[in-house]
Each structure stands twice: as C-alpha cells, then as structure tokens.
Ligand binder design. Structure first.
Ligand SMILES: CC(C)(COP(=O)(O)OP(=O)(O)OC[C@H]1O[C@@H](n2cnc3c(N)ncnc32)[C@H](O)[C@@H]1OP(=O)(O)O)[C@@H](O)C(=O)NCCC(=O)NCCS
Length: 226
C-alpha cells in the first residue's frame, strides 16, 4: 500500500499551546510541541513497550505485542500506527497491520498482509497517568478517521476481552462473535468497524480538515453514524 497520498493528513500537528521560547535575538525557538499525533517508528518501540509493560504485563504477565513484534510492525507498516505525544512523551498509541481474511486467526497476531483490506488493530493503550481523560477514545476516533484515507482499507477489526466490549462499542465497533484465538486461558470477542467514504477523494471535506485542529478541540464519535 502506498501512503504517499495520505501522508499530508498525518503530518504531526501542534496545538496552539506548543512550547516555544523567545530568544534574546527575538527569534522564536520552537521546542517540543505540547500535543502531537503522528505515526510511530521503530525509535518509539521502547516507549510503546514501556506502556504495554505497565498496562498488560504487570496485570496478566503477558501483552499483545512483545518488543520484537512492536519493532516488526513498526518496520513493516508504520503508517498503520498512531501515537499521541505530550511534550515529546508518548502517552497513548495504536498499532495495526493488514489482514486478508474475514476473521482473525493466530497468524494475524504476527503477520502483516500488505494486500489485505482489513486493518487488524493489535493494541490500543494509554499511559497509566493519562487514563480516564478520554484519550483512548479520541485516539481511536482519529485513527478510524485516518483509515478512511487509505484507499484499500474496508474495515478495522480487533479482539478484546469481554469486559472491554462496551468500551469499543462506544467507539462504533460491532461484535463479530467469539474470536478463534485464545491466549493461555484467555478468550476474546472479535469486533469490527466499517471503513468507508473514500475520504482521500473528498477535497475540502471535514475529514480532510480535522487533522489541523488541536487535539483538545476534537470530539470522538460515540456511534457509527456514517
Ligand atoms: C482501555 C483504555 C485504552 C481506555 O483509555 P482511556 O483513555 O482511559 O479511556 P477513557 O478516559 O474513556 O476511560 C474510561 C472508559 O474506559 C473504559 N475502561 C477503561 N478500562 C477499563 C477496564 N479495565 N474495564 C472496563 N472498562 C474500562 C470505561 O468503560 C470507561 O468508560 P466510561 O467513560 O463509561 O466510564 C485504557 O484504560 C488502557 O490503556 N488500559 C490498559 C490497556 C488496555 O486494556 N487496552 C485495551 C486492550 S488492547
């Protein structure tokens, strides 16, 4: 998949409160942006894994993506990841890859299928100190909007433990059914979200303008009303 056509829409953005200082020579010197949403790269892998370590490993002893798998997907398909940074620090992220079957199988946990039209969302996680602030749903909303710019993508799928079904339902995901994948004694529900609209074709659309807005001005959709 080429991402050349969509890269402008995921250009890092800065909120109006970006950190900056005025130098003695009166030249503005920009420092780290207050808020930035951008695709992840392999340099971000350790920060991703640190959040995963706290969010999953400390709770259940395992996590959706191990460090080598994070690097693997951020090498193969960085355009299917999204990270939210506050003053340069990763506070929330999503990692996805492409899948080419109707339902998830264990292969989907480790493979990226470049010809697939389904985005498999491996993990959404928010740093512990930034939870309960709505960041998870906002980042998911941005991600789902962004996927509309990828011409071959038709839907997003994820697997989650049952207690998170209401959480993803609020973001517009619908239940597909029991997931064929089990990890240790954990079972999962498979959920999906339709990606439509070919937003990349619609110049001057709201979807094209939204990345220019500061993070704080964006409101996640709670229902799939498209
Ligand atoms: C789940 C998660 C992404 C939510 O992100 P967030 O930014 O905290 O989202 P919010 O601020 O909207 O958090 C509150 C909502 O999340 C839901 N939620 C968060 N953690 C939950 C949990 N362990 N069980 C059930 N619901 C949970 C709540 O239903 C709550 O909804 P409410 O608004 O009706 O009260 C975040 O808590 C997280 O990173 N958890 C650890 C990693 C994880 O479980 N990721 C998902 C599986 S891949």
């Amino acid at each position: 998949m080429t991402v050349v056509g969509v890269l402008p829409f995921i250009t890092p953005m800065q909120s109006s409160s970006s950190s900056s200082t005025i130098s003695p020579g009166n030249q503005r010197r920009h420092t780290l942006p207050a808020s930035e949403v951008r695709p992840l790269n392999t340099h971000d892998a350790v920060s991703v894994f640190e959040i995963e370590r706290e969010a999953f490993i400390s709770v259940s002893g395992d996590c959706p993506l191990h460090l080598d798998e994070v690097r693997h997907f951020l090498t193969l398909c960085p355009e299917l990841s999204m990270g939210w940074f506050e003053e340069g620090r990763l506070v929330a992220f999503i990692i996805g890859s492409l899948w080419d079957q109707d339902r998830l199988t264990t292969d989907a946990l480790t493979l990226h299928k470049p010809r697939g039209s389904t985005v498999h969302i491996h993990v959404l996680a928010v740093h512990r100190t930034f939870r309960q602030q709505g960041k998870g749903p906002i980042l998911m909303w941005r991600y789902l909007q962004y996927l509309r710019y990828l011409p071959n993508v038709r839907r997003a799928v994820l697997m989650c433990e049952d207690f998170l079904v209401p959480f993803y339902h609020k973001s517009g995901f619908k239940v597909l059914g029991r997931c064929a994948i089990t990890v240790a004694n954990l079972t999962f529900t498979e959920m999906w979200y339709p990606i439509s609209g070919h937003a990349y074709m619609r110049r001057n659309s709201e979807a094209i303008r939204f990345p220019q807005l500061p993070v704080s001005m964006e409101t996640p959709k709670t229902d799939d009303t498209r």
